[in-house]
Design a protein around this ligand. Structure first.
Ligand SMILES: O=P(O)(O)OC[C@H]1O[C@H](OP(=O)(O)OP(=O)(O)O)[C@H](O)[C@@H]1O
Ligand SMILES: O=c1cc[nH]c(=O)[nH]1
Length: 183
């Protein structure tokens, strides 16, 4: 039977902090400020990352940035195979995204299917001016024509490997761990 084994820690807490700081500066630079910017995280770990980025943006520019969270469960392309009764968490976006520049945030970009679902979910909520994608780790292997606008780190991986992002808010501490399926 295949077992998922930890290989090594690739990024520590300081590395994650620095990557998010750089992404925040890049967001401000690309958008020439924060006008109309809102930040929305994909559950699960995109949400704390979106909150951290919105706080950093606010610290850097001295203005409040709205943040929300998106649950994509009902938009998954494998919904019929995941469970008879999928667990649907809450989408909490207490503002109108129409006309906004949405920074969509997630921890890992792999096939691109989660982001595809998130784009559908967002479009059902309003008509943003644009959507920009911020990802902590891009591990490659895209199955859809999706790319990130802001990337913390590109980590080329094999299909047998798994990238586990641990965050204080969800896992007790910050780290990016490489794991591998072994026989
Ligand atoms: O590009 P993809 O192939 O879609 O993979 C990336 C997604 O996979 C993980 O989520 P997961 O489905 O494990 O849910 P979780 O975040 O709630 O753990 C990760 O957090 C990304 O959202
Ligand atoms: O390696 C992977 C692939 C998808 N999602 C993750 O969180 N890690």
């Amino acid at each position: 039977m295949e077992e998922l084994k930890e290989k090594k820690e690739l990024i520590d807490a300081d590395g994650i902090r620095r990557a998010l700081t750089r992404i925040s500066h890049e967001i401000i630079e690309k958008n020439e400020g924060l006008e109309d910017i809102v930040v929305i995280g994909i559950r699960t770990r995109g949400v704390p990352l979106a909150n951290r980025i919105s706080n950093k943006l606010a610290d850097i520019e001295g203005e409040e940035v709205l943040a929300g969270s998106l649950d994509i469960t009902l938009y998954r392309d494998d919904l019929t195979t995941v469970a008879n009764q999928p667990i649907v968490h809450k989408t909490e976006i207490p503002f109108d995204i129409t006309g906004k520049k949405v920074i969509l945030v997630d921890d890992v970009l792999y096939t691109g299917r989660t982001v595809r679902s998130a784009l559908d979910a967002l479009m059902d909520l309003g008509r943003p001016q644009n959507i920009q994608l911020a990802i902590l780790i891009d591990r490659g292997h895209r199955e859809l024509p999706i790319r990130a606008d802001f990337v913390g780190k590109n980590l080329p991986t094999s299909h047998q490997e798994v990238i586990d992002v641990n965050l204080k808010e969800t896992d007790g501490s910050d780290a990016v761990i490489l794991k591998e399926y072994c026989d």
